[in-house]
Design a protein around this ligand. Structure first.
Ligand code: IMP
Ligand code: MG
Length: 179
């Protein structure tokens, strides 16, 4: 692995593919244990989490369902608050054990807003599984129940994460080289 250029910026290797895989296996083992006999529903937030979600799912040995959703945010007409709509959420969550899968939690805004919406549907339980967390950037009180890596507040690329559309295909995670 060496430094790569994507668009106008340079990125250096940060977490190699083998270390990512080790975490996936560890997290999947926890999920297999915690959700044994419960048929959880995983909700993966696109686009960033597609690779993480698929790798986690491959290592599940329990009965589980998954759906992929996209969050669209817009400014509400009546309030100044941002409204987030989940596109593709066609499952009934009432009484279900739900696990939200996120690639990275930065400010925590996406997750906080989305979790509040999910709670309206009265799931039996609601947990969060994220590959990466930037605690220095997090402004909302959130609990991450299953976490891969705690990382500094620097821009990351690869393994689903993009910089302006590119880099999602990289099997390892890179960090922005700051000039
Ligand atoms: P939040 O609402 O600020 O927590 O934003 C989370 C979303 O921002 C993630 O799901 C990513 O799509 C994106 N994001 C945050 N940090 C990074 C990063 O370092 N690289 C790529 N995307 C990021
Ligand atoms: Mg995301």
């Amino acid at each position: 692995m060496s430094t790569i250029k994507v668009h106008d910026k340079y990125f250096k290797p940060y977490i190699n593919a083998a270390d990512v895989e080790k975490e996936i296996i560890r997290i999947a083992a926890c999920l297999n244990n915690d959700y044994a006999g419960r048929k959880p529903l995983f909700i993966a937030i696109l686009n960033g989490s597609f690779m993480f979600a698929s790798d986690i799912f491959k290592h599940l040995t329990i009965d589980a369902e998954i759906c992929f959703i996209k969050l669209a945010s817009y400014k509400g007409t009546k309030s100044s608050g941002q409204v987030i709509t989940a596109i593709g959420l066609d499952m009934d969550l009432f009484g279900r054990d739900v696990v939200v899968i996120e690639d990275i939690i930065d400010t925590g805004k996406t997750l906080t807003t989305f979790s509040q919406q999910l709670k309206h549907q009265q799931p039996h339980s609601l947990k969060v599984c994220a590959l990466l967390h930037k605690p220095e950037a997090t402004e909302y009180p959130i609990t991450i129940d299953y976490l891969g890596f705690t990382v500094p507040n620097k821009f990351l690329l690869g393994y689903g994460l993009d910089y302006d559309g590119l880099g999602r295909n990289l099997p390892e995670i890179y960090q922005l080289v700051e000039e």
